[in-house]
Design a protein around this ligand. Structure first.
Ligand SMILES: [Zn+2]
Length: 173
């Protein structure tokens, strides 16, 4: 049984800052359309539905991108190789989000983490299991993707990340 069903909706709590930075300027904006090309994501999204993770690799610098990138920012070429990656990862860094429960008004602290998947050279933002406390979150914490039971072939197919056993901690003991 998924924990997701028990989760309540939480709102971001905006703090009132005494002073903010201002930048005087005139902005001349005209209407424009922005098209985001996601054709390079298709093989990746298809695999998500099968509960598999793939990343793409740049043949110029050998960096592995997860999620896949349209273009390598260093080499300015399209990454052209698909590689299977595991669903294990670690926390690169994290920030504390203060979220307000829309029903009770209670403010909860939740870690927002940058996830670095094993075998890749990039990180992406994700959520941890809702029961994981901010105080128990640390940089380098090993985690594993938790898949939704019903997947749609989208980025939300990974519901959150679960904490897994830390081998480094055993070595310290
Ligand atoms: Zn490259």
């Amino acid at each position: 049984m998924s924990k997701m069903t028990q989760r309540k909706s939480l709102d971001y709590v905006k703090k009132d800052y005494v002073r903010t930075r201002t930048m005087p300027a005139n902005w001349h904006l005209t209407s424009y359309k922005y098209k985001f090309n996601i054709t390079h994501m298709k093989p990746f999204l298809g695999k998500l539905k099968e509960q598999k993770l793939v990343a793409n690799r740049c043949s110029g610098c050998n960096r592995v991108f997860y999620p896949p990138r349209l273009v390598c920012g260093k080499c300015l070429v399209k990454p052209d190789k698909w590689v299977d990656i595991r669903d294990t990862a670690s926390v690169s860094t994290y920030a504390i989000a203060y979220l307000k429960d829309s029903e009770t008004g209670e403010v909860v602290e939740r870690p927002m983490v940058l996830v670095h998947h094993d075998g890749t050279d990039t990180s992406s933002i994700a959520e941890l299991h809702p029961d994981i406390d901010v105080k128990d979150t640390y940089v380098g914490m090993p985690i594993k993707a938790h898949w939704r039971e019903e997947r749609s072939g989208g980025l939300m197919d990974i519901e959150y990340y679960d904490k897994i056993e830390d081998d480094a901690e055993d070595i310290k003991d």
